[in-house]
Design a protein around this ligand. Sequence first.
Ligand SMILES: [Zn+2]
Length: 262
Amino acid sequence: MTTHEVYAVKFAQHHRARRVDFYHGAGAEPVDSPVGIDYFVWLIRSPEADIVVDAGFTPEVARKRSRPDYYRSPSAALELLGVEPACVPYVVLTHLHYDHAGDLDPFTSARIVLQDQELRFWTGRHIHRRELLRHIETEDVLRLVRMSHAGRVLFVDGSRELVPGVTVHQLGGHTPGMQVVRVETGSGPIVLAGDATHLQDNIGGDAPASVFTDLPLVYEGFDRMVDLAGGDIERVIPGHEPTLLDRIPPVAGLDGIAGRIA
Ligand SMILES: [Zn+2]
């Protein structure tokens, strides 16, 4: 069986995010108490290829959206691990929110892996509504339309294997085409959740974040991810968990930036 290594690569953080965005109903805490989140991209590494999951956001968008704790672009962070963005064969976008789909230009030969429903939604009839529009950058969507016209988007409807040991799975919930990535590693499967669970407390506490298009599908997604992870919730990796890098071994020389999940 082909196994892969999986790395978390942090490019920014936001320690005054709004709690109300990360817990539906805000849980027991006041809705305006801040919550810390990290911004990651993910690297799946095998002898054959480096596959990237999510593309973060650019320095321009960090300025526009007032994210001062922005350290470097996601592609530059990946280069610290020896990734050559121009040689990456696949970039999987879990969904098209601004913090996941922005820094695609350096991946000049990659195919972009996206669920049919995701691009359809963000180019469809509801997208002008303010509550939906605030989560995306119009330029990111336009870039994907252009890439699609150039034949560079690998559209998926549901589940698909990219290479042996790496599969994507549509869950929906957070966005209609929200997808997660399951990776076979030497120690068993890992599920990269993207925003199907932002924080450990979302899935662990059965407490969905408050940004979603279908709440029952968020709950279905929690269960599905645990199944995909072989029944072990610890092998489901949340998309924005600020304690993640403290809990996994750092990559040598990249303390606080990159850690090996498996
Ligand atoms: Zn996100």
